[in-house]
Design a protein around this ligand. Structure first.
Ligand SMILES: [Ca+2]
Ligand SMILES: [Ca+2]
Ligand SMILES: [Ca+2]
Length: 136
């Protein structure tokens, strides 16, 4: 026999799930392409990549000294990549040096040279390594 209480309970759960479902859908994280493509043309151009990279640089620069050290980069660049990107060898990257690496990775992730990264290119190894410099 089903008690009145359990029927009410079941109704309550149903209402809860029903009302929460759209909230969950709205809260679903936007994909990287959505975040990196403010003009909504479905691709990332270099200006969009530089803008995102610049914002991430500011976020990663915890001590606000205008440069990123190894700790702040936290694995986004290997020691070798950091050395190559750091011509004055002080172990840190200025924003210009960081954006130069972003440009290199952008070119590497864009083998068809059409000046944009599309969703397929973003999923390649080169695309993902670019993405690490653009989004947290
Ligand atoms: Ca775009
Ligand atoms: Ca810093
Ligand atoms: Ca392309």
């Amino acid at each position: 026999m089903i008690s009145r209480r359990s029927v009410l309970y079941t109704l309550a759960i149903g209402t809860l799930l029903g009302s929460n479902a759209p909230v969950f859908a709205r809260r679903r994280r936007a994909g990287p392409m959505t975040l990196l493509d403010p003009d909504g043309d479905g691709t990332i151009d270099l200006a969009e990549a530089r803008k995102a990279a610049s914002a991430l640089f500011d976020k990663l620069d915890k001590d606000r000294d205008g440069t990123l050290d190894r700790r702040e980069l936290s694995g986004r660049l290997s020691a070798k990549e950091l050395a190559a990107a750091d011509p004055d060898h002080d172990g840190t990257l200025t924003k210009d040096e960081y954006l130069a690496v972003v440009e290199q990775r952008f070119r590497a992730a864009n083998p068809d040279n059409d000046a944009t990264i599309d969703a397929t290119e973003l999923k390649t190894k080169a695309g993902r390594s670019l993405l690490r410099l653009l989004l947290q």
